[in-house]
Design a protein around this ligand. Structure first.
Ligand SMILES: O=C(O)CCC(=O)C(=O)O
Length: 196
């Protein structure tokens, strides 16, 4: 794991983590493209509704619902390949993730705006484990008060990125559009939702 530290930020990057687990990443990506019920919900931005600029799906244990940008995501069940990934992460990190947000960026126009994963239902003592499959994209980080220079982490096919506490409290992240990228990327962020 490569540690990345800034004041209030702690990341760990494991390049080609999926390949190191002996997985065929292309086959896994194709399987997920087919077996996941992808959606493109409407989100409200400055009072107006827009389709999200990517496809997504919320997979979680029963009772673990999640709300972002004014949208309550329906819960999809764990598929065999997603359960296997969750189990691998549990074995290696000792963390029992109970939910997963999948994002599918169809090309470089698809993107994710600035945000922190700091919703009240998320356990802020647990890391967020992010897996990337497909074309490389940059994940940008900026300090909330602007007191540190922003930076980017390049996420390649098969990489694991752990975002440890208190990163979400002090920093935001975004996946900017990239005009020259024509290929697809999947990102899976495993999370721990606090149960009521
Ligand atoms: O696609 C990515 O790497 C970022 C995903 C993300 O920011 C999120 O799921 O909160």
């Amino acid at each position: 794991m490569i540690p990345i530290h800034r004041p209030g930020l702690s990341l760990r990057q494991a390049p080609a983590w999926l390949q190191q687990q002996g997985l065929d990443v292309l086959q896994l990506r194709r399987a997920l493209e087919h077996e996941v019920p992808w959606q493109q919900p409407l989100v409200t931005v400055y009072g107006r509704q827009h389709p999200t600029p990517r496809l997504c799906c919320w997979v979680a244990d029963p009772g673990c619902s999640y709300r972002y940008s004014g949208h309550q995501s329906p819960i999809s069940p764990w598929t065999p390949s997603l359960s296997a990934l969750r189990e691998l992460l549990h074995q290696q990190l000792g963390v029992r993730f109970n939910s997963l947000l999948l994002n599918r960026y169809r090309n470089g126009a698809d993107r994710m705006g600035w945000h922190a994963d700091d919703e009240p239902e998320l356990d802020d003592q647990a890391p967020i484990a992010s897996l990337s499959l497909g074309v490389a994209r940059d994940l940008r980080f900026r300090h909330r008060q602007g007191v540190e220079p922003p930076f980017a982490v390049r996420l390649e096919d098969g990489d694991l990125l752990l975002m440890d506490p208190p990163t979400q409290r002090h920093w935001q992240h975004a996946l900017p559009p990239r005009a020259r990228v024509v290929a697809e990327r999947l990102n899976l962020t495993f999370r721990v939702i606090r149960r009521p």
